[in-house]
Write a protein of this length. Sequence first.
Lengths: 296, 193
Amino acid sequence: MKNENSRRSFIKNISLATFSALALSGCNTKAFDDFLQQNFKTLSKKEKDIIIKNLGIKYKEKYGKEFHISDKPAIDGTLFGYALDLSRCVGCRRCVYACVKENNQSREPQIHWIEVLQMEKERGIDFAHSTAQYNPEKVPEKGYFYVPVQCQQCKNPPCVKVCPVKATWQEPDGITVIDYNWCIGCRYCMAACPYGARHFNWGEPSVPVEELNTEVHYLGNRPRMKGVVEKCTFCIQRTREGKYPACVEICPVGARKFGNLLDPDSEIRYILENKRVLILKQELNTQPKFYYFFGI
Amino acid sequence: MKDNFKENIKVSVILTALYLVLLSGCKNKVSDTIELNKVNTENEVSIGTTQTNDYAVEAPPFSDGIFPCTDCHKNLIPNPVRRVLVDWHDDISAMFNHDSENRWCLDCHDLKNRDSLRLASGKLLDFKESYKLCGQCHGEKYRDWKVGVHGQRTGNWNGKKEYFLCVNCHNPHSPKFRELTPEPPPIMQEDIK
Protein backbone atom coordinates (compact mmCIF):
# COMPACT_ATOMS: atom_id res chain seq x y z
CA MET A 1 0.00 0.00 0.00
CA LYS A 2 2.69 2.39 1.07
CA ASN A 3 4.75 1.45 -1.98
CA GLU A 4 1.88 2.23 -4.35
CA ASN A 5 1.37 5.60 -2.75
CA SER A 6 4.98 6.54 -3.09
CA ARG A 7 5.00 5.52 -6.75
CA ARG A 8 1.97 7.67 -7.34
CA SER A 9 3.51 10.64 -5.61
CA PHE A 10 6.73 10.07 -7.52
CA ILE A 11 4.90 10.31 -10.83
CA LYS A 12 2.95 13.30 -9.60
CA ASN A 13 6.07 15.09 -8.50
CA ILE A 14 8.08 14.35 -11.59
CA SER A 15 5.30 15.61 -13.88
CA LEU A 16 4.87 18.72 -11.77
CA ALA A 17 8.59 19.29 -11.93
CA THR A 18 8.61 18.93 -15.72
CA PHE A 19 5.68 21.33 -16.10
CA SER A 20 7.19 23.94 -13.86
CA ALA A 21 10.57 23.53 -15.50
CA LEU A 22 8.94 24.12 -18.88
CA ALA A 23 7.00 27.08 -17.55
CA LEU A 24 10.04 28.58 -15.89
CA SER A 25 12.38 28.03 -18.79
CA GLY A 26 10.64 31.03 -20.35
CA CYS A 27 11.67 30.37 -23.93
CA ASN A 28 8.58 28.38 -24.68
CA THR A 29 5.92 29.68 -22.35
CA LYS A 30 3.90 31.19 -25.18
CA ALA A 31 3.75 27.94 -27.09
CA PHE A 32 2.83 26.33 -23.83
CA ASP A 33 0.05 28.85 -23.22
CA ASP A 34 -1.19 28.25 -26.74
CA PHE A 35 -1.26 24.55 -26.06
CA LEU A 36 -3.25 24.97 -22.88
CA GLN A 37 -5.65 27.56 -24.31
CA GLN A 38 -9.30 26.58 -23.93
CA ASN A 39 -12.15 26.82 -26.44
CA PHE A 40 -12.85 30.51 -27.10
CA LYS A 41 -16.48 30.11 -26.11
CA THR A 42 -15.55 29.04 -22.59
CA LEU A 43 -13.08 31.87 -21.92
CA SER A 44 -13.75 34.73 -19.53
CA LYS A 45 -13.35 38.36 -20.57
CA LYS A 46 -10.02 38.53 -18.71
CA GLU A 47 -8.66 35.41 -20.37
CA LYS A 48 -9.71 36.67 -23.80
CA ASP A 49 -7.95 39.97 -23.20
CA ILE A 50 -4.70 38.22 -22.26
CA ILE A 51 -4.90 35.90 -25.26
CA ILE A 52 -5.56 38.78 -27.63
CA LYS A 53 -2.72 40.82 -26.17
CA ASN A 54 -0.31 37.92 -26.62
CA LEU A 55 -1.60 37.32 -30.13
CA GLY A 56 -0.89 40.95 -30.98
CA ILE A 57 2.70 40.53 -29.77
CA LYS A 58 3.04 37.31 -31.77
CA TYR A 59 1.79 38.96 -34.98
CA LYS A 60 4.06 41.93 -34.39
CA GLU A 61 7.04 39.56 -34.15
CA LYS A 62 5.97 37.52 -37.14
CA TYR A 63 4.84 40.26 -39.56
CA GLY A 64 6.38 43.42 -38.10
CA LYS A 65 2.98 45.10 -38.11
CA GLU A 66 0.68 46.40 -35.42
CA PHE A 67 -2.59 44.45 -35.53
CA HIS A 68 -5.88 45.64 -34.13
CA ILE A 69 -7.50 42.42 -32.93
CA SER A 70 -11.16 42.63 -31.96
CA ASP A 71 -13.29 40.08 -30.14
CA LYS A 72 -16.43 42.19 -30.35
CA PRO A 73 -19.49 40.06 -29.58
CA ALA A 74 -22.71 40.09 -31.61
CA ILE A 75 -24.80 43.28 -31.47
CA ASP A 76 -28.10 42.63 -29.68
CA GLY A 77 -31.12 42.43 -31.96
CA THR A 78 -29.24 41.56 -35.12
CA LEU A 79 -29.49 38.57 -37.38
CA PHE A 80 -27.45 39.06 -40.51
CA GLY A 81 -28.84 38.20 -43.91
CA TYR A 82 -27.42 38.52 -47.39
CA ALA A 83 -29.03 38.79 -50.79
CA LEU A 84 -27.51 38.48 -54.22
CA ASP A 85 -29.17 39.66 -57.40
CA LEU A 86 -28.69 36.97 -60.04
CA SER A 87 -30.06 39.25 -62.74
CA ARG A 88 -27.19 41.70 -62.21
CA CYS A 89 -24.12 39.58 -61.46
CA VAL A 90 -21.81 39.61 -64.49
CA GLY A 91 -19.22 37.17 -63.12
CA CYS A 92 -16.32 39.67 -62.97
CA ARG A 93 -14.88 38.11 -59.76
CA ARG A 94 -14.15 41.49 -58.16
CA CYS A 95 -15.79 40.14 -55.00
CA VAL A 96 -13.49 37.10 -54.90
CA TYR A 97 -10.34 39.18 -54.74
CA ALA A 98 -11.75 41.91 -52.49
CA CYS A 99 -12.59 39.12 -50.06
CA VAL A 100 -9.11 37.58 -50.32
CA LYS A 101 -7.56 40.92 -49.47
CA GLU A 102 -9.93 41.91 -46.69
CA ASN A 103 -9.81 38.53 -44.99
CA ASN A 104 -6.09 37.70 -45.30
CA GLN A 105 -6.68 34.55 -47.31
CA SER A 106 -3.59 32.61 -48.32
CA ARG A 107 -2.32 33.51 -51.80
CA GLU A 108 -0.09 30.48 -52.11
CA PRO A 109 -1.52 27.90 -51.63
CA GLN A 110 -4.55 29.74 -52.96
CA ILE A 111 -7.72 29.99 -50.93
CA HIS A 112 -10.87 31.73 -52.18
CA TRP A 113 -13.87 32.02 -49.90
CA ILE A 114 -16.08 33.03 -52.83
CA GLU A 115 -16.48 30.85 -55.88
CA VAL A 116 -18.30 32.30 -58.87
CA LEU A 117 -20.03 29.60 -60.89
CA GLN A 118 -20.92 30.12 -64.50
CA MET A 119 -24.13 28.38 -65.52
CA GLU A 120 -25.92 27.92 -68.80
CA LYS A 121 -29.15 29.86 -69.08
CA GLU A 122 -30.74 26.90 -70.82
CA ARG A 123 -30.07 24.57 -67.92
CA GLY A 124 -30.88 26.94 -65.06
CA ILE A 125 -29.25 26.39 -61.69
CA ASP A 126 -27.37 23.15 -62.27
CA PHE A 127 -24.20 22.64 -60.23
CA ALA A 128 -23.16 19.54 -62.13
CA HIS A 129 -22.77 21.49 -65.36
CA SER A 130 -21.37 24.69 -63.87
CA THR A 131 -17.78 25.85 -63.88
CA ALA A 132 -15.68 28.28 -61.85
CA GLN A 133 -12.89 28.19 -64.44
CA TYR A 134 -14.47 30.38 -67.14
CA ASN A 135 -11.98 32.90 -68.45
CA PRO A 136 -13.18 34.89 -71.47
CA GLU A 137 -11.92 38.33 -72.53
CA LYS A 138 -15.10 39.99 -71.37
CA VAL A 139 -18.00 39.07 -69.14
CA PRO A 140 -20.92 38.46 -69.13
CA GLU A 141 -20.82 35.83 -71.85
CA LYS A 142 -23.91 35.36 -73.95
CA GLY A 143 -26.12 32.49 -72.87
CA TYR A 144 -24.66 32.26 -69.37
CA PHE A 145 -25.44 33.55 -65.93
CA TYR A 146 -23.33 33.64 -62.79
CA VAL A 147 -23.93 32.32 -59.28
CA PRO A 148 -21.35 33.36 -56.69
CA VAL A 149 -21.27 30.87 -53.83
CA GLN A 150 -19.80 31.45 -50.39
CA CYS A 151 -20.73 30.43 -46.85
CA GLN A 152 -24.53 30.52 -46.77
CA GLN A 153 -24.62 31.11 -42.99
CA CYS A 154 -27.24 28.41 -42.51
CA LYS A 155 -29.72 28.62 -39.66
CA ASN A 156 -29.32 24.87 -39.41
CA PRO A 157 -25.63 24.44 -40.19
CA PRO A 158 -24.51 20.87 -40.82
CA CYS A 159 -20.86 21.89 -40.38
CA VAL A 160 -21.49 22.88 -36.76
CA LYS A 161 -23.30 19.64 -36.06
CA VAL A 162 -20.43 17.42 -37.17
CA CYS A 163 -17.52 19.21 -35.49
CA PRO A 164 -16.18 16.70 -32.96
CA VAL A 165 -14.52 19.37 -30.79
CA LYS A 166 -17.04 22.23 -31.05
CA ALA A 167 -14.48 24.47 -32.68
CA THR A 168 -17.17 25.97 -34.92
CA TRP A 169 -20.50 27.40 -33.82
CA GLN A 170 -23.23 29.82 -34.71
CA GLU A 171 -23.08 33.22 -33.02
CA PRO A 172 -26.25 35.05 -31.84
CA ASP A 173 -26.15 37.29 -34.93
CA GLY A 174 -26.26 34.21 -37.14
CA ILE A 175 -22.62 34.12 -38.23
CA THR A 176 -21.01 30.70 -38.05
CA VAL A 177 -17.45 31.17 -36.80
CA ILE A 178 -14.39 29.03 -36.18
CA ASP A 179 -11.95 29.09 -33.27
CA TYR A 180 -8.80 28.40 -35.29
CA ASN A 181 -6.88 27.54 -32.13
CA TRP A 182 -9.39 24.88 -31.18
CA CYS A 183 -9.80 23.40 -34.68
CA ILE A 184 -8.06 20.05 -35.02
CA GLY A 185 -8.17 20.02 -38.81
CA CYS A 186 -10.26 16.86 -39.19
CA ARG A 187 -12.23 18.51 -42.05
CA TYR A 188 -15.53 16.83 -41.10
CA CYS A 189 -17.17 20.22 -41.53
CA MET A 190 -15.91 20.43 -45.11
CA ALA A 191 -17.47 17.08 -45.87
CA ALA A 192 -20.71 18.17 -44.24
CA CYS A 193 -21.03 21.52 -46.03
CA PRO A 194 -23.17 21.08 -49.16
CA TYR A 195 -21.94 24.38 -50.62
CA GLY A 196 -18.17 23.77 -50.64
CA ALA A 197 -17.83 26.91 -48.58
CA ARG A 198 -15.16 25.71 -46.16
CA HIS A 199 -11.50 25.66 -47.06
CA PHE A 200 -8.53 23.95 -45.51
CA ASN A 201 -5.05 25.31 -45.01
CA TRP A 202 -3.11 22.41 -46.48
CA GLY A 203 0.09 24.41 -46.33
CA GLU A 204 1.44 27.28 -44.27
CA PRO A 205 -0.73 30.19 -45.49
CA SER A 206 1.19 33.01 -47.13
CA VAL A 207 0.07 36.62 -47.49
CA PRO A 208 2.43 39.38 -48.69
CA VAL A 209 3.13 41.48 -45.59
CA GLU A 210 2.31 44.74 -47.37
CA GLU A 211 -1.12 43.35 -48.30
CA LEU A 212 -1.99 42.17 -44.79
CA ASN A 213 -5.20 43.64 -43.40
CA THR A 214 -4.38 44.54 -39.80
CA GLU A 215 -7.99 45.25 -38.81
CA VAL A 216 -8.93 41.77 -37.69
CA HIS A 217 -11.44 39.87 -35.61
CA TYR A 218 -10.38 36.91 -33.50
CA LEU A 219 -13.12 34.71 -35.00
CA GLY A 220 -12.68 36.04 -38.50
CA ASN A 221 -9.85 37.34 -40.62
CA ARG A 222 -6.87 37.13 -38.28
CA PRO A 223 -3.95 35.33 -39.93
CA ARG A 224 -4.54 31.60 -39.84
CA MET A 225 -2.14 28.71 -39.42
CA LYS A 226 -1.51 25.52 -41.32
CA GLY A 227 -3.99 22.73 -40.62
CA VAL A 228 -7.14 24.71 -39.84
CA VAL A 229 -10.41 25.26 -41.69
CA GLU A 230 -11.64 28.71 -42.66
CA LYS A 231 -14.61 30.30 -44.43
CA CYS A 232 -16.64 33.44 -45.04
CA THR A 233 -17.82 35.19 -41.85
CA PHE A 234 -19.84 37.98 -43.54
CA CYS A 235 -16.71 40.06 -42.78
CA ILE A 236 -17.37 39.80 -39.03
CA GLN A 237 -14.64 42.41 -38.39
CA ARG A 238 -16.56 44.92 -40.52
CA THR A 239 -20.20 44.05 -40.01
CA ARG A 240 -20.03 44.07 -36.21
CA GLU A 241 -18.73 47.62 -36.54
CA GLY A 242 -21.71 48.58 -38.72
CA LYS A 243 -19.90 48.44 -42.04
CA TYR A 244 -20.93 46.47 -45.12
CA PRO A 245 -18.95 43.34 -46.05
CA ALA A 246 -16.09 43.96 -48.49
CA CYS A 247 -17.80 42.03 -51.32
CA VAL A 248 -20.88 44.24 -51.02
CA GLU A 249 -18.83 47.42 -51.35
CA ILE A 250 -16.72 46.24 -54.28
CA CYS A 251 -19.50 44.83 -56.49
CA PRO A 252 -19.47 47.06 -59.61
CA VAL A 253 -23.06 46.19 -60.55
CA GLY A 254 -24.57 46.50 -57.05
CA ALA A 255 -25.74 42.89 -57.03
CA ARG A 256 -24.85 42.27 -53.39
CA LYS A 257 -27.10 43.35 -50.52
CA PHE A 258 -26.61 42.97 -46.81
CA GLY A 259 -28.54 43.84 -43.68
CA ASN A 260 -30.30 42.96 -40.48
CA LEU A 261 -33.13 40.46 -40.92
CA LEU A 262 -34.72 41.66 -37.68
CA ASP A 263 -34.97 45.26 -38.89
CA PRO A 264 -38.20 45.63 -40.89
CA ASP A 265 -36.78 48.70 -42.69
CA SER A 266 -33.60 47.05 -43.93
CA GLU A 267 -32.97 46.48 -47.61
CA ILE A 268 -32.68 42.75 -46.97
CA ARG A 269 -36.20 42.65 -45.55
CA TYR A 270 -37.50 44.65 -48.50
CA ILE A 271 -36.00 42.06 -50.85
CA LEU A 272 -37.50 39.13 -48.95
CA GLU A 273 -40.90 40.77 -48.92
CA ASN A 274 -40.98 42.15 -52.48
CA LYS A 275 -38.73 40.06 -54.71
CA ARG A 276 -38.71 36.47 -55.81
CA VAL A 277 -36.11 34.79 -53.67
CA LEU A 278 -34.45 31.40 -53.77
CA ILE A 279 -31.97 29.59 -51.59
CA LEU A 280 -29.50 26.97 -52.76
CA LYS A 281 -30.22 23.29 -52.08
CA GLN A 282 -33.41 24.05 -50.22
CA GLU A 283 -34.21 20.34 -49.97
CA LEU A 284 -31.37 19.81 -47.51
CA ASN A 285 -33.07 21.92 -44.83
CA THR A 286 -29.92 23.89 -44.11
CA GLN A 287 -31.98 27.10 -44.11
CA PRO A 288 -29.41 29.53 -45.51
CA LYS A 289 -29.51 33.22 -44.62
CA PHE A 290 -27.96 33.88 -48.02
CA TYR A 291 -30.74 34.58 -50.50
CA TYR A 292 -30.54 34.80 -54.27
CA PHE A 293 -33.09 36.96 -56.02
CA PHE A 294 -34.05 38.25 -59.41
CA GLY A 295 -34.14 42.02 -59.16
CA ILE A 296 -34.98 43.12 -62.70
CA MET B 1 -39.71 -0.71 10.78
CA LYS B 2 -38.42 2.40 12.52
CA ASP B 3 -35.22 2.26 10.49
CA ASN B 4 -37.23 2.01 7.33
CA PHE B 5 -39.29 5.00 8.34
CA LYS B 6 -36.12 7.00 9.01
CA GLU B 7 -34.73 5.95 5.66
CA ASN B 8 -37.91 7.08 3.96
CA ILE B 9 -37.75 10.48 5.60
CA LYS B 10 -34.12 10.84 4.64
CA VAL B 11 -34.88 9.97 1.03
CA SER B 12 -37.82 12.32 0.81
CA VAL B 13 -35.84 15.17 2.40
CA ILE B 14 -33.06 14.67 -0.15
CA LEU B 15 -35.56 14.50 -2.98
CA THR B 16 -37.30 17.70 -1.90
CA ALA B 17 -33.97 19.49 -1.63
CA LEU B 18 -33.01 18.32 -5.11
CA TYR B 19 -36.38 19.36 -6.45
CA LEU B 20 -36.04 22.81 -4.90
CA VAL B 21 -32.56 23.22 -6.35
CA LEU B 22 -33.80 22.20 -9.78
CA LEU B 23 -36.80 24.50 -9.51
CA SER B 24 -34.73 27.50 -8.55
CA GLY B 25 -32.36 26.73 -11.40
CA CYS B 26 -35.24 26.71 -13.84
CA LYS B 27 -36.63 29.92 -12.42
CA ASN B 28 -33.31 31.65 -12.95
CA LYS B 29 -33.18 30.50 -16.53
CA VAL B 30 -36.69 31.72 -17.27
CA SER B 31 -36.03 35.16 -15.82
CA ASP B 32 -32.77 35.35 -17.75
CA THR B 33 -34.46 34.77 -21.07
CA ILE B 34 -37.16 37.29 -20.32
CA GLU B 35 -34.54 39.91 -19.55
CA LEU B 36 -32.68 39.03 -22.73
CA ASN B 37 -35.85 39.44 -24.75
CA LYS B 38 -36.44 42.85 -23.23
CA VAL B 39 -32.99 43.99 -24.25
CA ASN B 40 -33.53 42.64 -27.73
CA THR B 41 -36.77 44.47 -28.35
CA GLU B 42 -35.35 47.75 -27.09
CA ASN B 43 -32.44 47.45 -29.47
CA GLU B 44 -34.67 46.47 -32.36
CA VAL B 45 -36.65 49.65 -31.99
CA SER B 46 -33.56 51.81 -32.02
CA ILE B 47 -32.17 49.99 -35.04
CA GLY B 48 -35.47 50.23 -36.88
CA THR B 49 -35.55 54.00 -36.63
CA THR B 50 -32.12 54.65 -38.07
CA GLN B 51 -33.43 54.72 -41.61
CA THR B 52 -34.21 58.17 -42.94
CA ASN B 53 -35.88 59.30 -46.13
CA ASP B 54 -33.45 61.90 -47.39
CA TYR B 55 -30.83 60.63 -49.73
CA ALA B 56 -27.24 61.46 -49.12
CA VAL B 57 -25.72 61.12 -52.55
CA GLU B 58 -22.31 61.13 -54.12
CA ALA B 59 -21.45 64.10 -56.32
CA PRO B 60 -22.44 63.71 -59.99
CA PRO B 61 -19.47 62.58 -62.09
CA PHE B 62 -18.92 65.52 -64.45
CA SER B 63 -16.15 65.34 -67.03
CA ASP B 64 -13.34 67.81 -66.31
CA GLY B 65 -14.16 71.41 -67.10
CA ILE B 66 -17.66 70.74 -68.38
CA PHE B 67 -19.60 72.31 -65.51
CA PRO B 68 -21.04 74.90 -65.09
CA CYS B 69 -22.49 74.78 -68.60
CA THR B 70 -23.15 78.54 -68.57
CA ASP B 71 -19.40 79.14 -68.80
CA CYS B 72 -19.78 78.56 -72.54
CA HIS B 73 -23.51 78.77 -73.07
CA LYS B 74 -24.05 82.27 -71.67
CA ASN B 75 -22.71 83.76 -74.90
CA LEU B 76 -24.62 81.43 -77.21
CA ILE B 77 -28.05 82.01 -78.65
CA PRO B 78 -30.26 79.03 -77.66
CA ASN B 79 -31.37 76.98 -80.61
CA PRO B 80 -34.38 74.74 -79.84
CA VAL B 81 -34.32 72.87 -83.16
CA ARG B 82 -33.59 69.20 -82.87
CA ARG B 83 -30.37 68.35 -84.70
CA VAL B 84 -27.22 66.27 -84.51
CA LEU B 85 -24.48 68.24 -82.76
CA VAL B 86 -21.26 68.50 -84.75
CA ASP B 87 -18.98 71.26 -83.43
CA TRP B 88 -19.46 70.74 -79.70
CA HIS B 89 -20.66 67.72 -77.74
CA ASP B 90 -20.10 65.63 -80.83
CA ASP B 91 -18.72 62.92 -78.54
CA ILE B 92 -22.09 62.74 -76.85
CA SER B 93 -23.88 62.71 -80.19
CA ALA B 94 -21.71 59.79 -81.25
CA MET B 95 -22.38 57.66 -78.18
CA PHE B 96 -25.95 58.75 -77.56
CA ASN B 97 -27.96 55.61 -77.07
CA HIS B 98 -30.80 56.33 -74.70
CA ASP B 99 -34.02 56.09 -76.66
CA SER B 100 -32.21 58.15 -79.29
CA GLU B 101 -35.04 57.64 -81.73
CA ASN B 102 -37.42 59.76 -79.69
CA ARG B 103 -35.25 61.95 -77.52
CA TRP B 104 -32.49 64.50 -77.65
CA CYS B 105 -30.66 67.01 -75.41
CA LEU B 106 -33.55 69.25 -74.50
CA ASP B 107 -35.73 66.43 -73.21
CA CYS B 108 -33.56 66.42 -70.09
CA HIS B 109 -31.50 69.63 -70.26
CA ASP B 110 -33.20 73.02 -70.06
CA LEU B 111 -32.97 75.41 -72.97
CA LYS B 112 -32.67 78.59 -70.91
CA ASN B 113 -31.21 77.47 -67.60
CA ARG B 114 -28.20 75.56 -68.81
CA ASP B 115 -26.99 74.59 -65.34
CA SER B 116 -30.23 72.78 -64.60
CA LEU B 117 -31.93 69.62 -65.65
CA ARG B 118 -35.58 69.72 -66.59
CA LEU B 119 -38.40 67.32 -65.76
CA ALA B 120 -41.11 66.56 -68.31
CA SER B 121 -43.39 68.86 -66.32
CA GLY B 122 -41.00 71.76 -66.96
CA LYS B 123 -39.78 71.82 -63.39
CA LEU B 124 -36.07 72.64 -63.10
CA LEU B 125 -33.83 70.22 -61.26
CA ASP B 126 -30.35 70.42 -59.79
CA PHE B 127 -27.80 67.95 -61.16
CA LYS B 128 -27.55 66.50 -57.65
CA GLU B 129 -31.18 65.39 -57.94
CA SER B 130 -30.84 63.77 -61.34
CA TYR B 131 -32.32 60.55 -59.92
CA LYS B 132 -35.73 62.23 -60.03
CA LEU B 133 -35.30 62.82 -63.74
CA CYS B 134 -34.36 59.17 -64.32
CA GLY B 135 -37.28 58.12 -62.13
CA GLN B 136 -39.77 59.73 -64.51
CA CYS B 137 -39.41 56.81 -66.89
CA HIS B 138 -37.71 54.16 -64.77
CA GLY B 139 -40.21 54.20 -61.91
CA GLU B 140 -39.61 50.64 -60.85
CA LYS B 141 -35.85 51.12 -60.67
CA TYR B 142 -36.34 54.40 -58.85
CA ARG B 143 -38.50 52.65 -56.26
CA ASP B 144 -35.90 49.91 -55.75
CA TRP B 145 -33.08 52.44 -55.63
CA LYS B 146 -34.79 54.44 -52.91
CA VAL B 147 -34.86 51.41 -50.61
CA GLY B 148 -31.30 50.46 -51.51
CA VAL B 149 -32.07 47.39 -53.62
CA HIS B 150 -31.13 48.75 -57.03
CA GLY B 151 -27.65 50.17 -57.25
CA GLN B 152 -25.13 50.59 -54.54
CA ARG B 153 -24.84 52.20 -51.16
CA THR B 154 -21.83 52.92 -49.05
CA GLY B 155 -21.77 53.64 -45.35
CA ASN B 156 -23.23 51.56 -42.56
CA TRP B 157 -25.86 48.85 -42.73
CA ASN B 158 -27.26 50.09 -39.41
CA GLY B 159 -26.69 53.80 -39.82
CA LYS B 160 -25.96 56.57 -42.26
CA LYS B 161 -25.81 55.50 -45.87
CA GLU B 162 -24.67 57.24 -48.96
CA TYR B 163 -26.24 56.51 -52.32
CA PHE B 164 -24.58 56.36 -55.66
CA LEU B 165 -26.55 58.42 -58.16
CA CYS B 166 -27.87 56.62 -61.23
CA VAL B 167 -25.23 58.51 -63.23
CA ASN B 168 -22.38 57.32 -61.01
CA CYS B 169 -22.78 53.89 -62.61
CA HIS B 170 -24.76 54.52 -65.80
CA ASN B 171 -23.66 57.02 -68.40
CA PRO B 172 -26.87 59.02 -68.85
CA HIS B 173 -26.25 59.33 -72.59
CA SER B 174 -25.53 55.64 -73.02
CA PRO B 175 -26.78 53.87 -69.93
CA LYS B 176 -26.18 50.23 -70.79
CA PHE B 177 -23.38 48.66 -68.76
CA ARG B 178 -20.20 47.95 -70.62
CA GLU B 179 -18.69 44.47 -70.50
CA LEU B 180 -15.97 43.89 -67.91
CA THR B 181 -12.69 42.03 -67.97
CA PRO B 182 -12.95 39.29 -65.37
CA GLU B 183 -10.34 38.74 -62.67
CA PRO B 184 -8.32 35.52 -63.06
CA PRO B 185 -10.08 32.21 -62.36
CA PRO B 186 -9.12 30.12 -59.34
CA ILE B 187 -6.28 27.63 -59.66
CA MET B 188 -7.46 24.27 -61.02
CA GLN B 189 -7.26 21.41 -58.60
CA GLU B 190 -4.88 19.49 -60.87
CA ASP B 191 -2.50 22.47 -60.97
CA ILE B 192 -2.02 22.53 -57.21
CA LYS B 193 1.38 21.16 -56.33
